[in-house]
Ligand binder design. Sequence first.
Ligand code: BGC
Length: 360
Amino acid sequence: MKRIISIMLAAALIISAMAGCRTEDGEEGGTARIGISMPTQSLQRWNQDGANMKAQFEAAGYVVDLQFAGDNDIPTQISQLENMIATGVDVLVIAAIDAFSLGFVLEEAVAKGIPVIAYDRLIMDTAAVSYYATFDNWLVGALQGTFLRDALDLDNAEGPFNIELFTGDPADNNIHFFFGGAMEVLMPYIESGKLVVPSGQIEQAQVATPMWSTERAQERMENLISAQGYGPTGTPLHAVLSSNDSVAQGITNALLAVGYDADNFPLLTGQDCDIASMKNILAGHQSMSVFKDTRTLAAQVVLMVDALLKGEPVPVNDTEIYDNGVKVVPSFQCVPVFGDINNYVELLIDSGYYTMDQLQ
Ligand code: BGC
């Protein structure tokens, strides 16, 4: 039954992709072209996002121009967008590297009447963004903070517990939500002294990780280890908040290098359920992650683009949260899900996201 429904849905989308598209001179006809701009190929999630969107748009009858901006290279992303605009795509779907650097190029899209959908990361300071498709980013942080609160049993245990904090790229608007959502849970315990941040680094700007880089996170963790004397026989480190998996992987590397192992590993959060982090979770070198099913987000974007091209109401479920400095962008937030060693089989294997072999 499910299969029949998806075939019917794909067929309906193909018909609308053919019908809903404009030619250069504004007449109906041909097949609509979707320009998809992803930030990097060096992080697993964006490869998956790109591949899922390409497959789902093509299955719905669209033509896709999918580009990855080298390894988070802002000028490359801008020139790829210029090229897509020049070749006359019908819609742009963009995961920005730098939320603040696309305003100028997007003016060209506006001039050509090309709608822009911000993908996963909000594009800031421009009226050119029509819609935003993402996950509930505050909830991502809240899941991480709640996990640490419960795993340390902060409401009952005597403590105090030592924690260090890490978030992501300062040019990614999402970190306000990830870090904000986690700190909303943790801050009362920091204020009461139950949780202690020995480095004193608790401001978002102090704990940011440029480009979400594993290496930069590793370096910062190494510095914290030397400054505070953390180690299995040194100053206790009970927990590390990390906003995502690429950052968590750098933290894990630094902690392993000073002798932590599965028996005494500090609690460590993440996000994305990257393969490398899932392996760390299975080895006891990371505690949890947050699963954001890129298939769901891709499917949502296909629905949004389809409605947009047909001139129908675009499905959104939020019209208040995501203010980009110029306007509140109508958004669809998908639901992120807690993932760890106890539920990964159901979440990732049974759902067909990974095979067990990939996690060995
Ligand atoms: C995404 C995360 C990702 C991070 C690094 C964020 O904008 O929401 O899922 O881990 O970028 O690429």
